[in-house]
Design a protein around this ligand. Structure first.
Ligand code: ADP
Ligand code: MG
Length: 173
């Protein structure tokens, strides 16, 4: 069973997880930028966390670091579901807030995007977790008192593990 293999492998290798904290909107954008700079083609990033956690804020940074997109040009594609930002690698920004299952995603050709040469990032990924490939980077964002946010990153598969290692290195540099 591939699923349980992956779970055992995650449990056996703590190098696949990384946590960090931010204390402002700006710091979250900066963290997103650092990740954006080290992303590789084919990366799939899932973001979980309550309304206002900072998912879109993080994607603003991601789009800036990857493709030089201005912060103001990145908003949650809540109604359009998908927004594309071109640049070093096409960035497919999904918002699954209004989706209840995987059928809605199939309609917009989700699999073609995630199998493509770009990078996909999905807000409210918890709504469509079954549609996510096993090889992925999931970032769970938790709201803390004030402006503090805790980011728990879990990378599965060599590509995402390598990206997470690079990210860790630049954050801690
Ligand atoms: P989501 O997409 O998860 O619903 P947003 O990124 O749209 O959340 O909103 C996060 C809100 O919280 C913004 O108003 C942002 O300015 C504010 N904020 C305060 N502190 C932080 C922080 N450390 N990281 C991210 N956003 C923060
Ligand atoms: Mg959002």
């Amino acid at each position: 069973m591939r699923n349980s293999d992956v779970e055992i492998w995650i449990a056996a290798d703590s190098m696949n997880t990384y946590s960090f904290t931010t204390v402002s909107h700006e710091e979250t954008v900066r963290a997103g930028k650092l990740l954006g700079k080290v992303l590789a083609a084919g990366c799939v990033i899932g973001l979980t966390g309550d309304l206002g956690a900072g998912k879109t804020c993080f994607v603003k940074g991601l789009a800036g670091g990857l493709n030089n997109v201005a912060e103001k040009d990145v908003t949650s594609p809540t109604f359009t579901i998908l927004q594309v930002y071109d640049g070093r690698l096409p960035l497919y920004h999904f918002d699954a807030y209004r989706l209840t299952g995987v059928e809605d995603l199939a309609n917009i050709g989700f699999d073609d995007y995630i199998d493509g040469k770009g990078v996909s990032v999905v807000e409210w990924v918890e709504n469509i977790m079954e549609a996510l490939p096993e090889e992925r980077l999931v970032i769970d964002i938790r709201l803390k008192p004030g402006d503090k946010r805790v980011f728990d990153c879990t990378a599965v598969g060599t590509r995402h593990e390598t990206v997470l290692d690079k990210f860790k290195a630049v954050v801690e540099a």
